[in-house]
Design a protein around this ligand. Sequence first.
Ligand code: FPP
Length: 250
Amino acid sequence: MAKFEEVNKKTIPKHVAIIMDGNGRWAKQKGRLRIFGHKGGVKAVQSTIEGAAKVGVKYVTLYAFSTENWNRPKFEVNALMDLLVDTIKKEVKTLNKNKIRLQAIGDLDSLPKRAQEKLQSAIDETASNDHMTLVLALSYSAKWEMINAVKSIASKLKEGSISDHEINEELIDNSLSTAGIPNPELMIRTSGEHRISNFLLWQLAYAELYFTPKLWPDFRDEDFYDALISFQNRERRFGKTSEQLTEKNN
Ligand code: FPP
């Protein structure tokens, strides 16, 4: 547990977003089907979520299924949906034990009925938990979310409930599917790919980005702590100079 001790508990990012990538390559390395990799990815999810809750992160968002993932072979999409449904169902007990609330963002209406139902009951059953929030991005893409936000603002303008000078950062924040959730301070992507892939484009504006070559099924709480330690060693300037930050601290 050495890594846990190394994390400074006073500067924990409130929200960490994760692109879980590399399941297919992990399975291929083992001469197995891609779904074997997704199943392996569930262990990484469990270890990461437990680790995040233990260290005091308040929100974790997992990119579990993107809008673009619908274009994968039907067999893989169906198997992934089954895996998501089974995992959500099985994990409700552990979520409650650890006081973790489940939320979901994305085009949830496009999910198979059984997935929608299991997801909704897990959300309802964990709604009063207050230690941490786990947000699953399902059938999610940032461009889809932004189109919806623009539509909702446009219809408010049209009906006259807002005027154009009221269109500001706060209104856009509140029109996104992440309304009420603080922006991620850290974004982790596994598998050595250096892309954001249509994930939380607005919300990640000032996030620190952390990339690791580890494939998602090999990722564990210790790797999550490595990402936190890297985050804590960075200087977050938000457009200011280093000197301005030092002056403020003195
Ligand atoms: C990306 O790897 C991973 C996904 C598209 C799915 C992630 C889903 C899980 C880990 C299943 C369980 C999740 C939860 C939240 C219960 P990839 O298939 O793109 O890998 P590749 O780039 O190596 O092909």
